[in-house]
Each structure stands twice: as C-alpha cells, then as structure tokens.
Design a protein around this ligand. Sequence first.
Ligand code: Z5A
Length: 213
Amino acid sequence: MDGKLIVFEGVEGCGKTSQMQLCSQWLESLGISVLLTREPGGTELGIDIRRLLLEKADNKPIAELTELLLYAADRAQHVEQELKPNLAKGKYILCDRYTESTIAYQGYGRGLNMSLIKQLNYIATGGLESDLTLWLDVDVEVGLARKRGDEQIFDRIEQEAIAFHHRVQQGYVELAALYPERIVRIDGNLSKEAVHQIIQDNLRDRFQPWLAR
Ligand code: Z5A
C-alpha cells in the first residue's frame, strides 16, 4: 500500500491527542494529506462500539472476553472501511491507538490470553501493521493527573486500580523492546513542543524520501 500508518500509543493522558493535532498541522503544512482517526471509534459503527465500551457502565458489566471481542470488532470495521482504502490512496494516517493497545490493556492489564489476543489482532487487521508506532512514555501518575485536570468524570477503564495502569505501562515497555524497528519510545514527560520536535525528527528519519515526494 502507498500510504503510511502511524500509530500513537501510551497510557491515559500521555498526550496522543495533542501530538496527533500538532503532527497533522505540520504534515499538512508540507502539503501532505493526512487522515486523523482512532480506535475505538474510527467509523460510524465504531462510535457505537466505543460508547458501549467506555461510557460509564452503571449496572451493565462487560465481561473481559466481551470487551476484547468488541475492540476486535471495532478494529475489523476500521481496517476495512478506513485504513485500507486510505492507505491505498496514499494517505498519511495518524491513528490514536491500534493493536498494541489491545496487547497492553487486555493482555498485560487484564491478563487475558496473549495468543488469543494476537490471533484476534491478526483476524481483525488481516495482518496490517503500523509503519511506525510512536509510544508516548509518560509516568502513569503524571498521565492520570493530566486527565484529572481536564475533567472530574473518569470513564470506566480509568476508574480501575492504579496497578492496572502500571501493568499496561509494562506492556508498552516490553512491546518496544520486542519490536524496536517499528515501535519508538518518546519521552512523553517533556513539554508538548519538545515531544512534537522529537516526533518530527523521527518522521523525517524514517520517511524522508516519502515526505519529499
Ligand atoms: N483501549 C483498550 O483497552 N484496548 C484497545 O484495544 C483500544 C483501546 C484500542 C480509550 O482510549 C480507552 O480505550 C483507553 C484504552 C482503551 N482507556 N481508557 N480510559 P483513548 O485513547 O480514547 O483515551 P485515553 O487513553 O484516556 O487518552 P486521552 O484522554 O485521549 O488522552 P491523550 O490523548 O493521551 O492525551 P491528550 O488529550 O493529548 O492530553 C491530556 C491532557 O494532558 C490535556 O490537558 C493536555 O493538554 C495535557 N498534555 C498533553 N501533553 C502534555 C505535555 N507534554 N505536558 C503537559 N501536559 C500535556
């Protein structure tokens, strides 16, 4: 496929949304057509699935396996409807979370079977991997405090014990060590401007010929 799939990952409040906006503005200023999207919720159907997954669950518990399957369903729709067609058109796609989130949250966080998660990731994506994953590595407590500053109402997952977030963080540490050619660690504790500069440098290093087209 002609385009590039660049994924932003990390624990809550790591700065993905802010950095995707800055990155998109920068790429557009270079005349590069960008698609901003996210998981869950990158399609119309996905918006409904996102609501089921993340809105305060009140008395409606979601079993862990159901949660995993809903993320997989959201991803299958997103890959077919948005990612593949836009990559084929040569777009630069900036995606807020992708397969590594499932490994980190449902695998390391919830402790679900890793080989099942990998199979589901493969089924949902048809093997489509990111060209580059930017892991914004922020201390768990810093990320959560940033979000607390935003709003007082935490969604369902954010209310989980802090130990859960530390396991998720450990997931990203191990994923980055396993796939260093595809997953880049970026110090998300730095200022927004400094993080953006490092992201620019990484994209220039990786995609210079592509950026210069
Ligand atoms: N999830 C899952 O479990 N399994 C899966 O397979 C997938 C997802 C795909 C939704 O994710 C949830 O879905 C998530 C994992 C689960 N768990 N929860 N809850 P989400 O990405 O939509 O939500 P989030 O992880 O909570 O991220 P967020 O709220 O969108 O935050 P963010 O995008 O990382 O950060 P931000 O909005 O750019 O920044 C947050 C605040 O920090 C804001 O006030 C900024 O101005 C501030 N900020 C940002 N950067 C900085 C720096 N560098 N310095 C200081 N302040 C900063």
